[in-house]
Design a protein around this ligand. Structure first.
Ligand SMILES: [Fe+2]
Length: 144
């Protein structure tokens, strides 16, 4: 696999981790009338993302891609950086929607990469992640 594609896959991995943590940040710190609904929804989402992180990492390993499990790598590589503090539930959810949009845009681009052609295991794993994130996006949008 070409190294440019490897870099994009690792960036997607780092962004998935960033989105996982951002979702927990909302889960822990959200307040107000939407607290219970958003707290429960984000729990379902980060649990799903924990499985996706493991699935993606293990798929990358099957393609002999080294997956660094350390915070410095994730911080350097992720492009999803913003973290809200002391925000309203609507602000937390809107911020999650923006990050999910970025993530899905990159994931869609990757799935259209010609270099990915023939790598069926990886395409399947990425397609499952995309489907799950579309479902999360529907819940996020509908909760506002
Ligand atoms: Fe929790």
């Amino acid at each position: 696999m070409e190294s440019a594609l490897e870099r994009k896959l690792l960036e997607l991995f780092a962004n998935l981790y960033a989105l996982y943590l951002k979702t927990q940040n909302c889960h822990w710190n959200v307040k107000g009338p939407l607290f219970y609904a958003v707290h429960k929804m984000t729990e379902e989402h980060y649990e799903k993302m924990a499985d996706e992180i493991d699935e993606l990492a293990e798929n990358l390993k099957q393609y002999d891609i080294h997956v660094p499990g350390n915070l410095a790598f994730l911080n350097e590589t992720a492009t999803i950086k913003s973290v809200l503090e002391e925000a309203t539930a609507e602000q937390y959810v809107n911020d999650l929607i923006e990050s999910h949009k970025l993530f899905q845009r990159d994931l869609n681009k990757l799935l259209n990469e010609r270099q990915l052609e023939g790598h069926h295991g990886l395409i399947d794993a990425l397609t499952v992640i995309l489907k799950e994130h579309r479902h999360m996006m529907w819940f996020l949008h509908s909760s506002l």
